[in-house]
Write a protein that binds this ligand. Structure first.
Ligand SMILES: [Zn+2]
Length: 365
């Protein structure tokens, strides 16, 4: 464990939350780690639940919220959090398109200018007879159209759940992903229970993804397990980015390797608190890992389930870690470097972010 930084700022913020949120919302932000399945509006879930007569409490938004979102009185465990994901909402391609459009619009409303949205074709076809390829097309086409309307850029990652490994099916999804590269599929992601399903079991399929030459690799690792899981995500699975990776803080050698390799961590503090990976937000290891020189980034994960926006995670950085605009811009630049986009897109995005932050300079947080 690194010792706390001598320059770690703990000044109590003087700006009121509403004012600060307005400033944070106005910053051009990059979101590298957001799940479509964790981005459904409560009102949409209620409507689809009633339409399809799902076996859920559908009398009121509050009743439904108790089972599909996180609330303070619940146990903060990953197991509890994972119960919030239902696959019953999706019955038609129109449903898939609708939730995607809403997710992209919500991200744009939060001030996100480049979104990398991940989704699981397996989850989205689990409770219906839709085809994975059709679902992938529906997400990408509707997501691209909405992003264009909102003047933001978007890419997509295919998420695989560790518990549902099936080589031939996953390989097929990778092949379709490559075919749909033009629609914005840019990477693959491994999610789910990393305690019982370690990285080494997925080497063959991720080598296959790597061999395509066009898909970036992001691996949820070291969220609640260990620094070793972060190391194996890089060594065995060829991770370009790590989802969470907060346990890297426990091993100086792993920290050193992340610094050297430039592998970015997609960190999501509020999510980490709700899943019990940290006990208190001020204790989140992002500042320590940032100080060590790792390319850390700030993300929202599953905003609809957390009942947050990405600006709440930025708020944590400001109020709990003492981050200022310069610090936030550093994280934004890390995200730009780690995004699964072309160098030309990177340059355009970089200019947009620099301009946006320049406008906000001088505003206190
Ligand atoms: Zn995630």
């Amino acid at each position: 464990m690194l010792s706390p930084s001598p320059c770690f700022r703990v000044d109590s913020p003087v700006v009121k939350r509403d004012e600060r949120q307005a400033i944070l919302k106005g910053l051009p932000k990059i979101e590298l780690h957001r799940h479509l399945e964790g981005s459904l509006r409560l009102s949409t879930m209620l409507e689809l639940g009633r339409k399809y007569d799902l076996d859920l409490p559908l009398d009121s938004p509050a009743a439904l919220a108790k089972v599909v979102t996180f609330s303070k009185s619940e146990p903060r465990t990953l197991a509890n959090f994972l119960t919030k994901f239902y696959s019953g909402w999706y019955r038609s391609y129109a449903d898939i398109e609708r939730v995607t459009r809403e997710a992209v619009n919500d991200a744009a409303d939060e001030g996100i200018v480049h979104l990398e949205l991940r989704f699981s074709p397996e989850h989205l076809t689990r409770s219906n007879k839709l085809q994975p390829r059709g679902v992938m097309q529906a997400v990408c086409e509707s997501g691209q159209a909405t992003a264009a309307e909102r003047s933001i850029s978007i890419k997509f990652l295919i998420t695989f759940a560790r518990e549902r490994y099936e080589y031939s099916f996953w390989k097929e999804l990778i092949d379709v992903g490559v075919e749909l590269e033009e629609l914005g599929i840019a990477g693959v992601d491994l999610a789910g229970d990393e305690f019982n399903f370690p990285n080494r079991d997925y080497q063959k399929i991720f080598l296959r993804a790597r061999d395509t030459g066009v898909l970036g690799i992001s691996i949820h690792s070291g969220e609640g397990t260990s620094a070793e899981q972060v190391a194996t995500a890089v060594d065995l699975l060829g991770a370009d980015r790590i989802g969470h990776g907060l346990k890297a803080v426990d091993d100086p050698e792993v920290i050193g390797r992340l610094v050297e390799s430039g592998v970015a961590l997609e960190m999501c503090p509020i999510s980490n608190f709700q899943t019990g990976c940290i006990d208190k937000l001020p204790e989140h290891p992002l500042p320590q890992l940032d100080l060590a020189g790792i390319a850390v980034t700030l993300n929202a994960d599953d905003p609809a389930i957390h009942r947050t926006t990405i600006n709440d995670d930025y708020d944590v950085a400001v109020t709990r870690w003492g981050y200022n605009l310069e610090d936030l811009l550093r994280l934004e630049r890390n995200s730009i470097s780690a995004a699964f986009i072309s160098d030309e897109q990177r340059a355009t995005l970089s200019e947009r972010v620099n301009q946006g932050y320049a406008i906000s300079q001088g505003q206190g947080l």
